[in-house]
Design a protein. Structure first.
Length: 374
């Protein structure tokens, strides 16, 4: 039965109409509610065709599906992403987790002849993604051939400040949890100081072009193409303050007075300042990621989970009737609905739809929960 659903998911993605916000069209290529780790989009305006986060990964070991089936869902996701890559002139990568990007040598067609707007590989990046980013850019250079031309040298990282010092969330009172939180902050600062050394002591990678292949770093920058504006946030923690998984950059596409905001992986968001950022953007379409409830009690504690509930409730209330898609980490957990009940109560209505539900289908994890024997 999961294989039948997989076929239906792929067919729905390929043949469904895009979500239209003014002259912005958003096609959801894959997401966790469809059975593979991914949050890939195809965005079109009169000026651009943009592929966002072209990656997919198999679900975690605890996901209630056998390993061969997990691999089939991943392959289906990549098949769809590669198909839409043929239409894209631009590619955005918000961070270097494998469910958000793919090696150029595994899938060169994703990148050849395109303009890439990518997460800065030199700073505000943890050690594992720092290494992956270098492998990624080396792969791009290999598929580009001998025509590579460096752009102006990347500026030195210079003086680096602790971003947590500028977050209002760092000053919040969590009662009995305050002492433990400060202990974690102290460890986080030491981790960050180690990253500062990594960034300073290694030569930075540069932006480059090779014919039609063009690579630019997106962090905190805005790109204008015709009447379309593509903006990237400054680096944001992938979760809580000092989250060891690193940083991401959120993406906004604006055209004709309409705005689409893709948060990337803020995991809730768990940080109150990031909820403020989303509210201040006032997007007409918000594509948000939920908290990783499958990690609750393991890599996510109850305090930070409750923060993500409060923050998303506030965002949804402030955005009023705007369109919201809510997917990604949530749909890795067969207990997500039970665990997200506080958000439903806060809103007084159901959660915003997942990608599967937008397509008129049931999320795979819901089917597996109801049909444990397939």
């Amino acid at each position: 039965m999961p294989d039948l659903l997989l076929s239906k998911y792929e067919d729905a993605v390929l043949h469904s109409s895009p979500l239209k916000i003014g002259d912005i069209k958003v096609k959801f290529l894959w997401a966790d509610s469809l059975g593979a780790k991914s949050y890939s989009l195809f965005v079109e305006t009169p000026d651009i065709t943009l592929l966002v986060d072209p990656g997919a990964a198999s679900m975690q070991p605890g996901y209630p599906l056998d390993e061969r089936a997990k691999e089939r869902f991943k392959r289906s996701a990549m098949r769809v992403i590669k198909r839409f890559a043929r239409k894209a002139r631009l590619v955005a990568i918000t961070h270097y987790h494998f469910d958000h990007f793919t090696s150029p040598e595994k899938a060169p067609s994703l990148y050849q002849g395109k303009k890439l707007l990518i997460k800065d590989p030199n700073r505000w990046i943890n050690t594992s993604q720092w290494k992956r980013a270098r492998e990624f850019l080396s792969g791009l250079r290999r598929i580009a051939g001998p025509k590579v031309k460096e752009k102006s040298p990347t500026k030195s990282t210079g003086y680096l400040e602790d971003p947590v010092e500028h977050l209002n969330s760092s000053k919040l009172d969590f009662g009995d949890y305050n002492a433990r939180r400060q202990e974690l902050f102290s460890k986080g600062r030491k981790w960050l100081e180690g990253l500062f050394s990594l960034w300073r002591e290694n030569p930075p990678l540069s932006e480059f072009n090779a014919g039609k292949l063009d690579v630019s770093f997106g962090d905190g920058r805005t790109f204008y193409i015709g009447e379309t504006e593509i903006s990237f946030s400054p680096p944001l923690f992938h979760g809580i303050e000092y989250d060891r998984t690193g940083w991401v950059i959120a993406l906004t596409v604006e055209h004709g007075g309409y705005k689409v905001l893709y948060t990337s992986d803020l995991q809730g968001p768990q940080i109150e300042d990031y909820a403020d950022l989303i509210i201040e953007e006032k997007p007409d379409l918000l594509i948000a990621d939920g908290p990783p409830t499958y990690l609750l009690g393991f890599m996510m504690n109850r305090i930070n989970f409750e923060r993500s509930i409060r923050n998303m409730c506030r965002i949804l209330r402030e955005l009023g009737g705007k369109t919201v898609i809510y997917d990604h980490h949530l749909y890795r957990d067969k207990r997500y609905m039970e665990r997200m009940e506080p958000l439903r109560r806060c809103l007084g209505k159901p959660l915003p739809p997942s990608v599967a539900e937008f397509l008129g289908m049931e999320p795979l994890i819901d089917f597996l929960r109801k049909n444990p024997d397939g």
